[in-house]
Ligand binder design. Structure first.
Ligand SMILES: *[C@@H]1O[C@H](CO)[C@@H](O)[C@H](O)[C@H]1NC(C)=O
Ligand SMILES: *[C@@H]1O[C@H](CO)[C@@H](O)[C@H](O)[C@H]1NC(C)=O
Ligand SMILES: CC(=O)N[C@H]1CO[C@H](CO)[C@@H](O)[C@@H]1O
Ligand SMILES: [Zn+2]
Ligand SMILES: [Zn+2]
Ligand SMILES: [Zn+2]
Length: 440
């Protein structure tokens, strides 16, 4: 029976709480060991990214060859008839519209997800307990905190929702739509594969209850369209369940800027209080005559600007891959005069450069950057970080591709050690990596 505070697919050992200080949250009522599954949660609603079309099934997100195309739009792809049928109530929102609008069909991923949430709400005459609580009621929204720029973005999204989806949806009034977009912005999850490649977006109401820490006690991974939450620290009864909402590579000030911009709060976890890794994260070259603080802070500003500029050019396709690579190399050279190779602003640009090399199928370039990243990544990220495992995985796979087997196997083993905790020993990704290593 579902009691107050019970959750979807409720499992023993977890409890919701509400406190005036910490807001809502989730805590454990029994011990959990590193690698243990706290719970798994099916998506309330999810959508496959447009760029994954053709490589993954739109319904179950399986990545495989030989998917069958939807006969009407020739765009959506499925494992089989069962997946196609399962997806139709959602795919029909887009199937004919994609054909009708052709090249001009361009809703954002958020808008695609919002359309599905609205359709799902309409379909469910008798919502289950957990779904009743969802939307517009229980998921947090921060409508009041949004600035003009964000609001303009949402208004553009809402215009697109009307343009591409109004045939199939009854639109709620404007205020409710704004609230729904705000809820999706702070409670939506990006579904990622084993290399942290984005596959889609989803809503997991139970996982959305979990608060943030820069020293998380759990990690979320995905199996198909379901999410799974596993302990990455030993937990004792009463401990709060905490995930990270953000990339943990960066120093305290940068992390909290990001948290305030996207989630409207400042973190007060132990790492934010002690800033114990900040010095290592902004490590400066050793010199007999140390750098002036001004020189360092100027270079930090330069590093942040380079990150922003690179992101902007990528998002808007403003540069060719070779130009992006050149941008990375230039900023690495500039920063390298002051920063150590393990400084996070250096690491960020090396990571981007590696991505461009992979895109250009330059294995040597990717290996050169990847090798430099691994050691500092392992040191600066918390233990059992998916950023670290995905880096080992990428590098291991490149080695295997260029027949450098022993280096490949060794990198893949390191990836597995983290994934066995984060993904669980039975996860399909683990079997796949073992197969690649040649041990069934
Ligand atoms: C860490 O992982 C996230 C995805 O979870 C990704 O967006 C980010 O770029 C990664 N950061 C680095 C520096 O590898
Ligand atoms: C992944 O999902 C499949 C099918 O939904 C399920 O049978 C399997 O137990 C799940 N694996 C893990 C490790 O949770
Ligand atoms: C989702 C959630 O409950 N977020 C809360 C996390 O904790 C901070 C304070 O530490 C709150 O401000 C958030 O609302
Ligand atoms: Zn499928
Ligand atoms: Zn179709
Ligand atoms: Zn913190």
């Amino acid at each position: 029976c579902m009691k107050d505070g019970a959750m979807t697919g409720s499992i023993a050992g977890l409890k919701r709480f509400t406190s005036p200080v910490k807001g809502r949250g989730l805590q454990v009522t029994r011990p959990f060991k590193v690698g243990e599954l706290l719970f798994s949660s099916p998506a309330y609603s999810c959508v496959l990214s447009v760029k994954e079309r053709g490589s993954c099934c739109e319904f179950c997100f399986s990545r495989k060859e030989g998917l069958a195309r939807c006969g009407k739009c020739r765009k959506a792809c499925y494992c089989d008839l069962k997946c196609q049928k399962g997806d139709w109530p959602m795919h029909k929102l887009e199937c004919s519209a994609m054909t009708a609008f052709g090249e001009n069909w361009c809703p954002s991923e958020t808008t695609r997800l919002v359309a599905r949430i609205l359709a799902k709400k309409k379909m469910q005459k008798e919502p289950s307990a957990s779904e009743k609580m969802l939307l517009i009621g229980e998921l947090q929204s921060h409508l009041e905190d949004e600035d003009n720029e964000k609001r303009e973005g949402t208004e553009a999204d809402i215009a697109a929702l009307y343009r591409f989806y109004s045939k199939h949806l009854e639109m709620p009034d404007h205020k409710d739509l704004l609230t729904l977009y705000s809820q999706v912005a702070c409670n939506g999850f990006t579904v990622e594969d084993d290399e942290l490649f984005q596959m889609g977006a989803a809503i997991y109401p139970d996982v959305a209850l979990i608060n943030h820490s820069c020293l998380p006690s759990v990690i979320v991974t995905y199996n198909g369209t379901s999410s799974e939450v596993r302990a990455v620290q030993n937990m004792k009864p009463g401990d709060e369940v905490l995930i990270s909402y953000i990339d943990l590579l960066y120093p305290t000030e940068d992390r909290n800027k990001r948290l305030r911009e996207s989630y409207y709060f400042t973190c007060d976890c132990n790492e934010c209080k002690t800033k114990s890794k900040d010095n290592a994260k902004v490590k400066v070259r050793k010199r007999s005559d140390p750098f002036e603080p001004q020189v360092i802070s100027n270079m930090v500003r330069y590093g942040r600007n380079s990150i922003r500029e690179f992101r902007f050019k990528c998002l808007n396709s403003l540069a060719r891959p070779s130009e992006l690579l050149e941008m990375c190399e230039q900023s690495l050279e500039e920063m390298g005069a002051v920063f150590d190779d393990s400084n996070v602003y250096m690491l960020h640009m090396m990571y981007q450069a590696m991505g461009v090399c992979i895109y250009m199928q330059d294995a040597d370039g990717a290996i050169r950057y990847g090798k430099k990243l691994l050691k500092p990544y392992s040191k600066l990220y918390p233990p059992y970080s998916l950023n670290v495992s995905s880096m080992y995985l990428k590098l291991g796979r490149i080695y295997m591709n260029v027949e450098r087997r022993s280096e490949g196997v060794s990198a893949l083993k390191k990836a597995l050690a983290i994934m066995e905790v984060a993904h669980g020993k039975d996860h399909p990704y683990i079997k796949e990596v073992r197969r690649e290593m040649g041990q069934k």
